[in-house]
Ligand binder design. Structure first.
Ligand code: FAD
Length: 328
C-alpha cells in the first residue's frame, strides 16, 4: 500500500524535513522491522503540532514513535508518515504552585519525547519521590503515558496529573489523568493508537506531581530498582515483557514451567535469564519481525496446551502484516 502523493515542501517551510523509505529497525529496541514510507524526526512541539495538522489536512496517515521499546514493527514496515518524537523539554518547579495552596507537591513538566528514565533520574536528584520505579525504564514519556508503564508496584497513573493531548482532529486539550482510563499497561490512548497508521491522539507533554521527600531514601530506592533490573533482565535487544501477566500469575513463570527458556525461531530466542523477554542476540539484520511473531505463537500454543492459559501480547504489533501473523 502507498499513501497519496504529498507536497513535502510544505513541512519544509516550517522546518521539518521528511525522508522516504527510512528503515525503522534502528529506532526500536528489538532491532527488527521494515521501513517507514515517510519519516520525520521532530524536536520542537510547535513543529510536531504543525506536522500532525498538515498530515491530517492532506490525509496522510501518521504514526507516533517514541523509544520503540514496546512496538514490533512488521517486516513490510509502515505506510504513511512515522513521526519520531524528539521533543525533550523538562521543567521541575522549585516552589509549590500558587494555584493549589493546600498542596505543596511541585509540578514536573516533560515533553513527550523526553526519556522516561532520564526524567526519573532528574526527579530523584531533585529529592522528589514518585518516579523511582522508572529510573531504568526504556522509552519516552509519551510511550509511558500511553502504555501506563510501570514497575515494582508503581505505574505512570500513580503520579500523572494531566497530559497535553492533541486529538485526531488536531484539537489540543489538557486531559486529567483520571480521564485516561488507566488500567494494567493500558489506557484510553493506547486503545486509540492507529497501529497501521491513521489519525490517532498525540501526547505533547505530561505534568507529574511528585512529593518532596528524604533525598537519601529516594536515591537508595532508585538504586535498588536499578540493581534489581540489572540482575533480572537480559541486556540483549528486546521489547521487555512480551506478554502481560495473566490474572494471579506471571507470564514468565508459565513460559519457564513449559520448558521454553532458550526456545528459538530464526534469530529470536526466549531469554534464559527472564522467560517473558524475547531477545535478538544477533542484533540488527539477524532476525525478522516474522520470527518474533512465530515465537510468540509457539509460546502461546504450548502454554495454552500445558496450563490452559491464553497469553496476551504486551508488545504492540504495528504496520502491515500478512494473514496468519495477526495476534490477539
Ligand atoms: C529492556 C526493556 C525493559 C522494559 N521494562 C518495562 C517495565 O518495567 N515496565 C513497563 O511498563 N514497560 C517496560 N518495557 C516496555 C517499554 O519500555 C514501555 O512500554 C515504554 O513506556 C514504551 O515507551 P516508548 O517511548 O518506547 O514507546 P513506543 O514503543 O515508541 O510506543 C508505544 C506506543 O505508544 C505510542 N506513542 C509513543 N509516543 C507517543 C506520543 N507522544 N503520543 C501518542 N502516542 C505515542 C506509540 O504509537 C505506540 O503505540 C520495557 C522494554 C524494554 C526493551
Amino acid at each position: 500500500m502507498r499513501s497519496p502523493a504529498v507536497d513535502l515542501s510544505v513541512p519544509e517551510r516550517f522546518g521539518v524535513s521528511i525522508r522516504r523509505q527510512v528503515p525503522l529497525a534502528p529506532y526500536t529496541t528489538m532491532k527488527v522491522g521494515g521501513p517507514a514510507e515517510y519519516f520525520a524526526a521532530v524536536a520542537k512541539v510547535d513543529q510536531l503540532i504543525r506536522l500532525v495538522r498538515w498530515a491530517r489536512s492532506v490525509e496522510l496517515p501518521y504514526y507516533l514513535l517514541g523509544g520503540g521499546s514496546n512496538v514490533l514493527i512488521s517486516d513490510a514496515g509502515l505506510c504513511g508518515l512515522v513521526i519520531y518524537n524528539r521533543c525533550r523539554q523538562v521543567r521541575i518547579d522549585e516552589a509549590p504552585c500558587c494555584v493549589f495552596p493546600q498542596d505543596d507537591r511541585p509540578f514536573v513538566f516533560a515533553e513527550g519525547g523526553v526519556s522516561m528514565a532520564g526524567l526519573a533520574r532528574r526527579t530523584v536528584a531533585a529529592g522528589l519521590t514518585g518516579l523511582e520505579w522508572a529510573v531504568s525504564l526504556p522509552g519516552t514519556v509519551g510511550g509511558a503515558v500511553v502504555n501506563n508503564a510501570g514497575a515494582y508496584g508503581a505505574a505512570v497513573k500513580d503520579n500523572l496529573y494531566n497530559a497535553m493531548v492533541m486529538d485526531s482532529y488536531g484539537d489540543i486539550d489538557e486531559v486529567p489523568a483520571d480521564r485516561l482510563q488507566y488500567a494494567y499497561r493500558t489506557s484510553m490512548l493506547k486503545s486509540q493508537v492507529p497501529v497501521r497508521g491513521g489519525f490517532g491522539p498525540v501526547v505533547l507533554s505530561a505534568n507529574f506531581r511528585l512529593a518532596p521527600g528524604d533525598g537519601a531514601e529516594i536515591a537508595a530506592l532508585a538504586e535498588r530498582n536499578l540493581h534489581e533490573r540489572r540482575h533480572s533482565q537480559p541486556v540483549e535487544p528486546s521489547l521487555g515483557s512480551t506478554f502481560v501477566n495473566p490474572p494471579g500469575d506471571y507470564a514468565g513463570r508459565l513460559i519457564e514451567a513449559a520448558g521454553l527458556k532458550g526456545a528459538t525461531v530464526g534469530g529470536i530466542q526466549v531469554s534464559r535469564q527472564h522467560a517473558n523477554f524475547f531477545i535478538n542476540p544477533g542484533g540488527a539484520g539477524s532476525a525478522t519481525a516474522a520470527d518474533v511473531v512465530a515465537l510468540i505463537q509457539v509460546v502461546q500454543r504450548i502454554v495454552a496446551e500445558r496450563f490452559g492459559v491464553q497469553l496476551s501480547p504486551e508488545v504492540q504489533l504495528v504496520g502491515e502484516w500478512p494473514a496468519g501473523q495477526y495476534l490477539t
